[in-house]
Ligand binder design. Structure first.
Ligand SMILES: [Fe+2]
Length: 267
């Protein structure tokens, strides 16, 4: 597995608090079968317009990442570790030309919108980022509270040129029933390109890696799992567009029937 979304850089966001905690978290991911990591601390897009703030944040993360890289090289010498950011688009049109802002220095950039709300004109924002030569990967779209009420936006995002990243825990119900329903609909429609941990390196939180692998295996979707966790992440890190993910049919749970689970293609 290749994991493209996590918060493992020590003491720079709400993820790992120390190098020791970060290395334990990396160890848990490795034990569960993760073979390559690009870790993604939080970054506010508005900082790009403020050179002092931008430099301060970059210096902080550069130093902490270097500490982590050295620790990983010694404890897990076979594990390639890269970096990117999870960029909160509080400024919809940031300059993303610094390669450190993008996933492993590729054209792909992991983005989210503030407060898990979808602002107006998100397809325009995606188009604008694409016009600059970068490819937005929308982090955990299933976690936006309004997504189910506004599901056609998913098609608009894709047409505008975005890729979509889902969290392991969403399909398992760890972010609540609505996020799980949204995650199932996204997966059914073949809208998701990449599945990642979004692991925050907190000891009390599970990584969900083993559970999510079992979830796909129980539904005989091992090939889809492979595409979402290996094939497509590896294409992204080679700076190539992800392969199309097939639509699938999932058995309806009671919650899905109660909430009016719609068929793929509704978007
Ligand atoms: Fe995250």
């Amino acid at each position: 597995m290749i994991d493209l979304h996590s918060h493992l850089v020590p003491d720079v966001d709400d993820g790992a608090r120390s190098l020791d905690g970060a290395l334990k978290a990396v160890g848990r991911l490795v034990d569960e079968g993760v073979e390559r990591i690009v870790t993604t601390p939080h970054f506010d897009a508005s900082w790009v317009r403020d050179p002092a703030r931008f430099d301060a944040r970059m210096d902080q993360v550069d130093r902490a990442f270097e500490e982590l890289r050295a620790g990983v090289a010694s404890a897990f010498p076979d594990l390639p570790l890269g970096r990117g950011f999870e960029i909160m688009l509080d400024d919809p049109f940031p300059d993303l030309s610094d390669p450190r802002l993008r996933l492993g220095g590729t054209r792909f950039v992991l983005v989210e919108w503030p407060r898990l709300r979808i602002p107006p004109s998100t397809p325009d924002v995606i188009e604008r980022i694409r016009e600059q030569g970068w490819i937005p990967v929308i982090a955990h779209p299933e976690r936006y509270a309004s997504l189910l009420r506004n599901f056609p936006i998913v098609g608009a995002w894709r047409r505008a040129g975005a890729c979509l990243q889902m969290n392991h825990g969403s399909l398992l119900g760890r972010y609540g029933d609505e996020a799980r329903t949204a995650a199932r609909r996204l997966l059914e429609g073949g809208w998701i390109d990449v599945l990642s941990s979004d692991f925050h390196a907190r000891p009390h939180l599970s990584t969900f890696v083993s559970e999510i692998r079992a979830w796909f295996a129980q539904r005989e979707l091992d090939e889809v799992f492979e595409l979402l966790t290996m094939g497509n992440p590896s294409r992204i890190l080679a700076d190539e567009l992800p392969d199309a993910v097939p639509s699938v049919t999932l058995e309806r749970g009671l919650w899905d029937r109660l909430t009016g689970f719609l068929r793929p293609g509704d978007a």
